[in-house]
Design a protein around this ligand. Structure first.
Ligand SMILES: [Zn+2]
Length: 177
């Protein structure tokens, strides 16, 4: 589902009411586009940013297991210091971390099939991280944490190299068809 890059138009989800945590890739081509996108959500200076090579894949991959620990340690600090209630995961096309972590077959061309496979792979890792965040928050609530504070919404996006953005949703997954 396409989302407008710079303005709040065509953003098919409610706006964040509080601060947010943004997870993005380290890719140098998209740093400015990510700032634009967050500004379009009226989030300027309202988000903490974590940068991992491969964004969600970077957190979830098994090669450097410490990365996952680092992500969740920072999530805890973001919740406690800034009361973040939303997590934005911004994946991107043509991500070098995919072939780095998963192998050379995870390089995609710009054909409709290549783009669909690429999106599906990003959705898989972004949703795995989303589920891990929800489990983490449930654990914090079980440990006696504030139920409002540990109620976090997670949204995942896929940006292309022009900075155009798609909201990743289950409905867009084509493998089920
Ligand atoms: Zn990348």
């Amino acid at each position: 589902m396409e989302v407008h890059r710079r303005t709040p138009e065509r953003r098919p989800y409610p706006p964040a009411r509080y601060n947010a945590l943004l997870l993005s890739c380290m890719d140098l081509r998209l740093i400015d586009d990510i700032v634009d996108f967050m500004e379009g959500d009226n989030m300027s200076n309202r988000y903490d940013q974590l940068v991992f090579a491969g964004a969600a894949l970077g957190v979830m991959q098994p090669k450097h297991t410490a990365w996952r620990e680092v992500f969740f340690q920072h999530l805890d600090i973001a919740v406690q210091l800034h009361g973040i209630r939303d997590v934005y995961i911004i994946e991107h096309r043509n991500c070098g971390a995919y072939s780095h972590f998963l192998g050379p077959e995870f390089v995609y061309d710009d054909s409709p099939t290549g783009m669909r496979l690429e999106e599906d792979e990003h959705r898989k890792h972004a949703f795995a991280l989303r589920d891990a965040i929800h489990e983490h928050c449930a654990r914090r609530r079980d440990e006696g944490g504030d139920h409002n504070l540990w109620d976090i919404r997670v949204r995942a996006f896929l940006m292309d190299l022009r900075g155009s953005v798609r909201l990743l949703t289950k409905e867009d997954a084509e493998y089920d068809a």
